[in-house]
Structures are given as structure tokens and as C-alpha cells.
Design a protein around this ligand. Structure first.
Ligand SMILES: NC(=O)c1ccc[n+]([C@@H]2O[C@H](COP(=O)([O-])OP(=O)(O)OC[C@H]3O[C@@H](n4cnc5c(N)ncnc54)[C@H](O)[C@@H]3O)[C@@H](O)[C@H]2O)c1
Length: 270
């Protein structure tokens, strides 16, 4: 069901790779709610993904940008405001990648060049995106910026590797930049801490299948899907959440506050 919650609002959506991507589902949902946006992803993802299909279905233009490049981001923000016809009301940062995970390096055997690259892509890019928007004064008052994170920032999940550290940094950026964006431009900044979700990035984590089943059994409401996350993000982009800022918001069916569930107890009582 759509409620026209984003009618007249403009934005940028980072990170739609294929139809499983959280950003893909969010773009579809934002479109259904009347929002208009520019889609962006790393130039290499344009070749691998199917973003053209999403652009066609949502009447959006695509501007490639490596989220670690200030030059690309500056161009993106300039072009997006031109295409959309004004300043922006919402931005979704849905970007993550660990070279250590990709190359099978364990947390106790990191290659620090890989670590630095993964940090730049997954965490610092959020600062770069916001600094670019801030300097260009590209956000409308009462706009909303959201990035996606995972609970490994607070609690240890061994196979999440250096992404745990990247997410901790990302969440801190949301608080720190949220202060300045709030004070000076009335713009809010939050992170959504999402359940494990079967996407390209999610499935890259070792043991993902066992882990997502475990989370499903632990969460009183079950895991939140990518579609659920899209719904939640729309609420944060809407005018109904104007005073929510500098928060890390758990969207995980209750997993983060559950010590153990009956299902898990039964499994270990066999
Ligand atoms: N899937 C999960 O289990 C899960 C859980 C919690 C949080 N998240 C977070 O959600 C976000 C979206 O991931 P997803 O699960 O939809 O997977 P995904 O693989 O569909 O999306 C990740 C995106 O990051 C993009 N990206 C990588 N390097 C980039 C760069 N240099 N510049 C611009 N874009 C770049 C990829 O092209 C891709 O579109 C990530 O931040 C991820 O960490 C995912």
C-alpha cells in the first residue's frame, strides 16, 4: 500500500546492484510513495548489475560514482540537483564491501591495504557523501540521510571480520555529522541496523546461511527482509520522523534485545 509519503521529495539512492539489494527495494518503495531520485553506484557495478532495469521502472536517471572519490561525488550532487530540479530531501547510503572478506583473509590475519580500502568504501564514504552535500548546501531543510549498518558494530560476530569495525565507524559518523547537519541545516542523519538479508553483500559473509536461520529463530518477529527495510527507510525519509536524528535504529525483529529464544533452547535441549 502507498500513502504518498514522499510526494514532491527528491533524493539520491546509492547501492542498488540487483533486485535483492536493499537499495533496490528502497528505490521501488520510494517511487511508489511519490519520491523522485537519481540512482548511483560504482562504475564497475554498472557492468555487473541490472540497475538499468530499476531506472526504467522508476523513471530515474543513473549517475555512476565511486563513493570514495570526492570528484565523482561532487559531480553526482551537482548533476542530481540539476536533473531533479532542486535541492535534495533524502539520501540513502547502502554501500558495503570488505576486501579481506572477499579474499578470505581472517580477522586475525588482515591485509591492512585491504582493510584500508574496505574502510574507505564502507565507512569513510559516508562522511565523504555528507561532506560533499554539506559543502554544496545541497540538502533541503528537514531532509533525511540514512545509512545501513549491522549489529556487529556492538557485538562480536566472528565471520563479519573487519566489516564490524567499519560499521562502528559508520555509526559514529552518523552521530558526529548528524550534529552539524542538524544544528546548521535542520537535516537528520541516522543509521538503520538491519537483520541479515540475502543480498550479494550479505551472502559474501562466511556461514551466512546458518547465521540467517539462527537470527530468524532468535528474533520474536523473525528477520526483517529487504522489503521491510525499504518500508522503514521510507518512514525515515518522510515528514513523520522529523525529530529523529543521530540514532542507530535497530530493525531486526527484536534480535538485538533477545538473550535467547524458546526455539534455540529447544534446539540445544535435544
Ligand atoms: N545483507 C545483509 O545481511 C546486511 C545486513 C545489515 C546491513 N547491511 C548493509 O546494507 C547495505 C547494502 O548492502 P546489501 O545487503 O543490499 O548488498 P548489495 O551487495 O546489494 O549492496 C552493496 C552495494 O555497495 C556498492 N558499492 C561497493 N563499492 C562501492 C563504491 N566504491 N562506490 C559506490 N558503491 C559501492 C555495490 O556496488 C552494491 O550495490 C550495506 O551497507 C550492507 O553492509 C546488509
Amino acid at each position: 500500500m502507498a500513502y504518498n509519503l514522499l510526494k514532491g521529495k527528491r533524493g539520491i539512492i546509492f547501492g542498488a546492484l540487483d533486485e535483492n539489494s536493499i537499495a533496490w527495494k528502497t528505490a521501488e518503495r520510494v517511487h511508489a510513495e511519490g519520491g523522485t531520485f537519481v540512482l548511483t553506484n560504482a562504475p564497475i557495478a554498472m557492468r555487473m548489475g541490472q540497475i538499468d532495469v530499476l531506472a526504467k521502472n522508476t523513471g530515474s536517471q543513473i549517475i555512476p560514482a565511486d563513493a570514495t572519490s570526492i570528484e565523482d561525488l561532487t559531480n553526482l550532487v551537482e548533476k542530481a540537483t540539476e536533473i531533479l530540479g532542486g535541492k535534495l530531501d533524502f539520501v540513502l547510503h547502502s554501500i558495503g564491501m570488505s576486501v579481506n572478506v572477499r579474499k578470505g583473509k581472517l580477522y586475525t590475519d588482515e591485509n591492512y591495504d585491504f582493510t584500508a580500502k574496505g574502510w574507505d568504501v564502507s565507512a569513510l564514504s559516508f562522511h565523504k557523501v555528507m561532506q560533499t552535500l554539506y559543502k554544496a548546501d545541497a540538502m533541503n531543510e528537514w531532509g533525511s540521510i540514512v545509512a545501513l549498518t549491522y549489529m556487529a558494530a556492538q557485538r562480536t560476530f566472528p565471520d563479519y571480520n573487519d566489516m564490524a569495525d567499519n560499521k562502528a565507524y559508520l555509526e559514529s559518523i552518523a552521530r558526529s555529522f548528524g550534529y552539524f547537519f542538524g544544528k546548521e541545516k535542520n537535516v537528520r542523519v541516522n543509521t538503520i541496523s538491519q537483520s541479515p538479508t540475502p543480498t550479494t553483500a550479505g551472502q559474501g559473509v562466511k556461514g551466512f546461511d546458518g547465521f540467517i536461520s539462527y537470527a530468524e529463530k532468535m528474533s520474536p518477529l523473525g528477520n526483517a527482509s529487504a522489503q521491510d527495510c525499504a518500508d522503514y527507510t521510507v518512514s525515515l525519509f518522510s515528514d513523520l520522523t522529523k525529530k529523529v536524528t543521530m540514532q542507530n535504529l535497530f530493525h531486526d525483529g527484536g534480535f538485538s534485545n533477545t538473550g535467547v529464544s524458546q526455539e534455540v533452547i529447544e534446539y540445544f535441549s535435544k
